[in-house]
Write a protein that binds this ligand. Structure first.
Ligand code: NI
Ligand code: MN
Length: 227
């Protein structure tokens, strides 16, 4: 079964597996580049990498409206429960959970993770997703780290990596990440939302083509790919 991935700006993605819709890091209403508002977002599952507002801002409203299950680290799942989210799955690094869409493993990320109201958000994370027909790695907000080699060892159809620099790895380190992960395709995120993370995504794609075997995609917000 093919998997369709739509970039909704910043680190927000909609993943359609054919049977389920996964929404990753919902940040729509306050994102100047988002192609839709939170009240138009669809979700059966909402995956949250960490507690920063630019990843979780619209998670509670969308989860309440759609009755989606949230998937995050344990501390964030507890916080979501206190905000009235009914079905919040919590995990921790290295742990995986089988859900109706497939298997989700919480991966390490080198970053920070306080929640918007100042609550401790646990450790930041990424996701390794085994879907029906596709294996995806969503790095989350992170620096480059050598264990990415382990995450790529089982083969990846797609890696979603931040390239914005300043708050996460930048373009050069993303090339090293791609060399470690060895995905078939790579989608960049966490860039151009604000001036401190402005990047030339066409130049980044040229670097990927010149230095790695991965196929880079440079989408406009609202653009989609199929893997
Ligand atoms: Ni962050
Ligand atoms: Mn961020």
């Amino acid at each position: 079964m093919s998997t369709e991935i739509t970039w909704l700006g910043h680190s927000c993605f909609s993943i359609h597996t054919g049977k389920h819709t996964l929404l990753v890091d919902p940040f729509l209403n306050d994102n100047p580049l988002a192609p839709l508002k939170a009240d138009a977002a669809e979700a059966d599952f909402i995956l949250i990498t960490h507690g920063h507002f630019d990843h979780i801002a619209d998670a509670v409203s969308i989860a309440k409206r759609t009755s989606a299950t949230t998937v995050s680290n344990f501390e964030i799942s507890e916080w979501l429960g206190k905000q009235g989210v009914k079905d919040a799955v919590g995990m921790n690094h290295g742990g995986a959970t089988s859900l109706p869409f497939g298997r989700a493993k919480l991966t390490i990320a080198h970053h920070s993770s306080v929640l918007p109201d100042g609550t401790y958000g646990g450790n930041p994370a990424g996701f390794l997703l085994t879907l029906d027909g596709a294996k995806l790695y969503i790095a989350g907000d992170t620096a480059l780290f050598g264990d990415m080699q382990l995450y790529g060892a089982g083969g990846l159809d797609l890696a979603i990596l931040p390239i914005g620099d300043t708050y996460t790895m930048g373009p050069e380190d993303s090339i090293e990440a791609i060399k470690l992960l060895r995905p078939k395709c790579v989608l960049p995120c966490h860039y151009n939302t604000w001036p401190p993370i402005e990047q030339n995504v066409k130049a980044w794609a040229e670097l990927v083509r010149a230095q790695t075997k991965a196929k880079p995609f440079a989408l406009e917000p609202g653009g989609k790919i199929t893997v």
